[in-house]
Design a protein around this ligand. Structure first.
Ligand code: ZN
Length: 224
């Protein structure tokens, strides 16, 4: 196994896990990281049965994973429920990998605008009844919340995986670059925009967009 193949990154599967399975079988990585938007009609583990014993499986959620209770449960209550990289740093194949799932949402925070709500507690305090976090709608659960985003900046990482794009893409967000700089990140991999590309942001941080159904290695090479 070459160094660049020890982690593979999978762009939005949207129900098709075949390219990821084929790449994992061929390159035998230590781990695969899925960048969101699974459109699961069955639990995630049933889609990845063929490689579950072969490699570690890690993921972040995309906006589509909050579209229905079914899609949500098939991910967040799957056998891989504890492999969510969102808002933490996890050591994977010798690298510190930080995760940011979800999307920026106008009703919560849409940079560069100021956040409408500073965090979930702030939002819930302003709702009429005694709504708890578990009652938050899936739409609100899909959001990137300002206070959680800021807290992530205090951690250090080598690689950042996001569903949303940083400023390297015309539809990206500059604040993701600010996050990467604060965390000391050298590489960003993102999904969501269905485009394979390589770019740079400030501090010479390299960015790779991974297209839907595509698989990239640690050097950003597209493998399938
Ligand atoms: Zn998406």
């Amino acid at each position: 196994m070459s160094q660049s193949n020890r982690i593979l990154f999978a762009g939005d599967p949207h129900g098709n896990f075949k390219p990821l399975i084929a790449a994992a079988q061929k390159y035998q990585p230590e781990a695969v990281v899925l960048l969101g938007d699974y459109d699961l009609v069955t639990p995630l583990e049933s889609c990845l049965e063929e490689i579950a014993g072969l490699t570690e499986i890690w993921w972040i959620a995309g906006n589509h994973d909050f579209e229905s209770p079914g899609k949500y449960n098939n991910l967040f209550n799957s056998a891989f429920s504890d492999k969510d990289l969102h808002l933490k740093v996890t050591e994977i194949a010798g690298l510190r990998v930080a995760g940011l799932g979800g999307i920026f949402l106008g009703r919560v925070w849409y940079p560069p605008q100021q956040p409408k709500w500073l965090g979930k507690h702030h939002y819930l305090r302003h709702q009429p009844a005694n709504i708890r976090y578990s009652d938050l709608s899936l739409k609100y659960k899909s959001a990137i919340w300002h206070d959680e985003f800021e807290a992530l900046k205090a951690l250090k990482a080598d690689v950042l995986v996001t569903h949303e794009a940083p400023g390297s893409h015309r539809h990206g967000f500059k604040v993701i670059g600010d996050l990467a700089v604060a965390m000391g990140v050298k590489k960003i991999f993102h999904g969501h925009l269905h485009e394979n590309y390589a770019g740079f942001i400030k501090n010479k941080i390299k960015v790779w967009g991974v297209a839907d159904g595509a698989v990239a290695d640690l050097l950003g090479n597209t493998l399938s």
